[in-house]
Design a protein around this ligand. Structure first.
Ligand code: FE2
Length: 201
């Protein structure tokens, strides 16, 4: 099977967003994003409830994030929505498992295969606590829609809104709490194991 045009639209949207982003922290990821790799693999779609929050969240996007939000909404049924944690692991609240999902566009498991960079979006419904966790990769979150209170390293709790960028250094504890609206985050990982399951506590 050859690369699907819809996947290319997602790849272009995700790459363009990072490569043109003015924030200096995002510039750290430009080289990996430029040379992410070359392979595409077909990915079996998988639905999770949180993907349904995407359509409503477009209302809280801004001029900079709306186009990418619309691209994801348009293609959401062909994405593989997934979760990193299971109920039996007991590391995140049940409410988070009921109301979050992420979909990867570039990463170790495709559809665009990379061992350099991981890029995709995550969605969290209202009133969800994502406890502090850490991983080897350095990470960027860009708020595509909504807002949350982030707790990164020793910085204390800080609110971030649509369009704002959160940079998390490697091996730095980070977590967040959503408010009364759903939150859509664009995420980037680079360096370390790109499918590492975070550690908690
Ligand atoms: Fe993270």
């Amino acid at each position: 099977m050859s690369v699907q045009i819809e996947d290319l639209e997602l790849l272009d949207g995700v790459r363009e967003f990072a490569l043109t982003h003015p924030h200096p922290a995002v510039h750290r990821f430009r080289e990996s994003m430029r040379d992410w790799g070359n392979d595409w693999i077909a990915v079996e779609p998988a639905h999770l409830r949180a993907a349904n929050f995407l359509a409503g969240a477009i209302a809280s996007a801004n001029q900079q994030t709306r186009a990418l939000m619309e691209t994801f909404e348009q293609h959401k049924d062909r994405l593989r929505w997934e979760q990193s944690y299971r109920k039996e692991d007991g590391v995140v609240p049940d409410a988070m498992l009921e109301g979050y999902a992420f979909a990867e566009i570039i990463g170790k498991q495709g559809p665009f295969v990379s061992d350099r960079i991981r890029a995709g979006i995550g969605i969290w419904g209202p009133d969800i606590v994502y406890p502090r966790h850490q991983h080897q990769a350095e990470e960027i979150y860009i708020v595509l829609a909504g807002s949350a209170e982030f707790d990164i390293g020793s910085a204390g709790k800080t609110g971030y809104d649509t369009g704002e960028v959160i940079y998390v250094e490697a091996n730095t504890p980070h977590g967040f709490l959503t408010g009364d609206q759903s939150l859509v985050l664009y995420y980037l990982w680079q360096a370390g194991d790109l499918r590492q399951i975070s550690s908690f506590g």
